[in-house]
Design a protein around this ligand. Structure first.
Ligand code: FAD
Length: 405
């Protein structure tokens, strides 16, 4: 699959990326992880810490899947609101999901401190503003639920927003303690740590076949090498449909612009992450070298040519949206891209377990908070492998009911 086009910013932030060999011989392990993106790397890190033998393979270079176009706003609240998730799954389940996301952000922060490559994890608050007056009741309802479950958020009025930002909006939810980071350095850091603890990582090693026995699975590479594993995690990102199609999964296209470094960001209150109630929405963040990342303008297409034909127009629209909010920050584009972007119909990421794939877990961290979902799902799958169960598995299994619980 042609995951993304355009020019990418994150690879330019790493002067000497780690590299790993191709798999040249048959091997066996406790856990085979297919995909060296942020899903696979987070799984590998948890499992190696528990003493399992881990093999990670990727058909590309590590981190060169969707992880390298990830704009890496690290938030627990997603495109589908708490209110809306509660309607689909019940309030308790929706609250538990958000708590798990909040916990995953804490886990990512803790892990970042242990990595040999610094992923520039920085705590940031988020401003989620009402794109139109009609959206005010939605924000009020959301706040009630957030407060009920003790999430730290406030509702700001127009006066408070105008006092701290150069734009006027009727109201906004202000979330505390979200974060930003460099997703590619995160993956490189995790993989280097995994390797230093005995994990085996192979790049340019594509999985093209499999066979299942009673107690183990055999996966085969394009070069006919065999990997024998007791458990397999398919963390192949939006390409996991090459293995198995999941009816709850969706594929669309998204766009992003990364500006040249700007001289003065002092008008941007605490460099908050900013997004809005409109769908599709526009979001923005800053980087440690004073760039602005603006993303969104999602389009409902899963054809690479259609996606790519809209890159230039989307770049202009994203810059215009930014200039409307911050007219005094001169934003010149340096990098811009279009990329496939996975979601789910019901708004939750998925752990797939299918009869036809015994010993296998499909990690589908589909959704706007994909990096956080990677963390939530990796922890659940790892615990299932280690202990045979996890109390939160049912929330994410592909077989979950699509009606209120
Ligand atoms: C434009 C954009 C912006 C985003 N912004 C955000 C954001 O702000 N915050 C956020 O949390 N998330 C965001 N996301 C989502 C985030 O990028 C993804 O959730 C995350 O990177 C997915 O990581 P992954 O490891 O699952 O997939 P990937 O990074 O794609 O990794 C999967 C890997 O599997 C490998 N693979 C596939 N098939 C095979 C095979 N047969 N054999 C071997 N290897 C294989 C691929 O080569 C790839 O490297 C964004 C995504 C996009 C596209």
């Amino acid at each position: 699959m042609d995951l993304q086009s355009g020019n990418l910013y994150w690879p330019t932030t790493v002067s000497s990326p780690p590299s790993y060999p191709r798999l040249e011989n048959d091997i066996s392990c406790d856990v085979l992880i297919i995909g060296a993106g942020s899903s696979g790397a987070q799984c590998a890190n948890i499992l190696i810490e528990q003493g399992l033998s881990v093999v990670v393979v990727d058909k590309r270079k590590a981190g060169e899947g969707s992880t390298s176009s990830n704009t890496a706003l690290i938030q627990y609240s997603g495109e589908k609101s708490f209110v809306s998730l509660s309607r689909s799954f019940g309030e308790e389940t929706a609250a538990r999901h958000l708590k798990l996301c909040e916990q995953a952000i804490n886990d990512i922060e803790r892990v970042c401190l242990q990595l040999p490559i610094d992923p520039n994890f920085i705590r940031r608050d988020s401003l989620y503003y009402a794109s139109s007056k009609e959206d005010l009741p939605e924000l009020n309802e959301e706040l009630v639920l957030l407060r009920k479950y003790r999430f730290k958020a406030d509702l700001w009025d127009a006066a408070r927003i105008s006092a701290l930002y150069p734009f006027r909006k009727e109201a906004a939810l202000y979330y505390y303690d979200d974060a930003e980071m460099n997703p590619l350095k995160f993956v490189y850091g995790l993989l280097e740590k995994v390797q230093s603890q005995g994990g085996l990582i192979y790049e340019h090693t594509e999985i093209t076949g499999r066979r299942f026995e009673q107690d183990y699975a055999l996966f085969y590479t394009k070069e006919k090498r065999e990997i024998r594993a007791r458990h397999v995690i398919i963390a192949a990102g939006y390409e996991d449909s090459d293995f198995k199609t999941e009816k709850n999964a969706t594929l669309a296209s998204s766009y992003a612009v990364i500006t040249k470094p700007v001289a003065d960001l002092s008008g941007w209150h605490k460099r908050t992450l900013i997004w809005e109630t409109a769908r599709p929405y526009v979001y923005m963040r800053t980087t440690p070298d004073n760039r602005v990342i603006i993303g969104g303008m999602d389009k409902d297409t899963s054809y690479a040519r259609t996606r790519d034909s809209k890159i230039l127009a989307s770049k202009d629209k994203l810059l215009k949206a930014f200039n409307t909010l911050f007219p005094d920050i001169p934003a010149e584009p340096e990098y811009y891209l279009g990329a496939f972007y996975g979601g789910t119909h019901d708004g939750l990421p998925i752990i797939g377990q299918y009869e036809k794939y015994p010993h296998c877990y499909f990690l589908m961290a589909y959704g706007d908070n994909g990096t956080v979902y990677n963390g939530v799902l990796a922890k659940i799958i790892a615990e299932k492998i280690l202990n045979g169960s996890n109390p939160d598995l049912d929330i994410y299994l592909q077989s979950r009911p699509l009606v209120p619980r």
